[in-house]
Each structure stands twice: as C-alpha cells, then as structure tokens.
Design a protein around this ligand. Structure first.
Ligand code: SF4
Ligand code: SF4
Length: 184
C-alpha cells in the first residue's frame, strides 16, 4: 500500500506542474470540474487506494461517499469500498488538496501487452469536451514527465496496476471495435 508520506510527495511533485502555462479552465469554463453526466448525475472523483489518507469526510469543501468497488467496476483486488468525493464549489477548491485524478487529467496511464507504461489522452466516456484533448494542444513537458513518473510509482501498488491494466484492455477493445466499424 502506498504510504501517506508517498502520496504527499506525489501531491508536491504534481503541485509544481500544470498541463499548460496558462489556466486551461479558461478555454472551456472548467468543464472537467463542473460538468455532469447527461442524466444529471454529478461526476465524482474516486480516490486511489490509500489516497484517502490525505483527505477526510470532515473536509468542508468535499462531499464524501463510499461506494461498492464491484458495482463501480473496479478490479477484484480493490477494497470492498472505494471513496468518491464531490467538490462543493467547483471549479474552486484548495488547489493543494486536489485528488490525483484531477492532477493528471487529461492524461491517463496505459499498459501495453508487454506491461510497458505510457500515457494516453483520458477521453473514455467523457460527458464534456476537453480542448486539450480535442485540439491536441501541446502539453508542458514537465507536466507529462511528472505524470509519467507518478504513474510509474503508483502502479507498484498491485491494485492500481490492476486498474490500469483493465482500463488499458478496455481501451484496446474500443480501438479494435472502432477499427472494425471503419473497416480497417
Ligand atoms: S483539463 Fe480540459 S476540460 Fe479540464 S479545464 Fe483543462 S481544458 Fe478544460
Ligand atoms: S477538486 Fe478541484 S480540480 Fe478537482 S474537480 Fe474539484 S474543483 Fe476541479
């Protein structure tokens, strides 16, 4: 399990970088913080196993819930409950407290069949348009490098590895389906 100290170090590293030099929220009205799914369901941010050590249900800027990992489609190796948080005043939040999911977007980790890690755009099932992804705007090198370093470290936790692996397989499958649809 990744320790509280390590999560703190990861937060500190990611505090120093940003996808763009400017505030990308101005391009889209901070869509990733403020959008809801079409059915009106609020988007939640899940915490990685152990990340909850840096947060608390008593934090006044967060609504907090625990959901069944199985129902939410997390790997079998995950704990029975996964922590979901919703910010109460998006897009405003204590920046140093943002969960990892917020810090590494719009990139996502991808494991190929040899188990090699790379980063891809995180555009699976998004209920909003992210200009960084849609327009493939160049992301800061230090952001990309820090994000890769962080995921390399995080996947040493077997549960996080399993999640990245399963998400990567789902990604491969969706690419294969798309290729078939397009007749490649
Ligand atoms: S990451 Fe994408 S969706 Fe989120 S604020 Fe930046 S440009 Fe907008
Ligand atoms: S924690 Fe901050 S960055 Fe993350 S969704 Fe909420 S308002 Fe946006």
């Amino acid at each position: 399990m990744i320790s509280k100290r390590t999560y703190r170090a990861i937060y500190r590293l990611l505090d120093r970088v940003s996808p763009l030099d400017s505030d990308c929220g101005k391009l889209c009205g901070a869509a990733c913080c403020t959008s809801a799914y079409e059915d009106g369901e609020e988007m939640g941010i899940f915490l990685l196993p152990g990340e909850e050590q840096l947060h608390s249900p008593q934090d006044d800027w967060l609504d907090w819930s625990e959901e069944s990992s199985e129902d939410m489609g997390f790997p079998e190796s995950w704990p029975e409950k996964v922590c979901f948080v919703h910010c109460k005043t998006p897009p405003h939040c204590p920046r140093k407290k943002r969960p990892i999911q917020c810090r590494t977007f719009p990139l996502a980790p991808y494991l190929n069949k040899k188990g090699e890690l790379s980063l891809i755009y995180n555009d699976m099932d998004l209920p909003y348009r992210c200009p960084l992804i849609e327009e493939e705007l160049p992301l800061n090198d230090d952001f990309v490098q820090a994000t890769e370093t962080v995921w390399k470290h995080l996947i040493r936790d077997e549960r996080i590895y399993d999640m990245v692996k399963e998400d990567s397989e789902a990604w491969d499958e969706s690419i294969a389906q798309l290729a078939e649809l397009l007749g490649f």
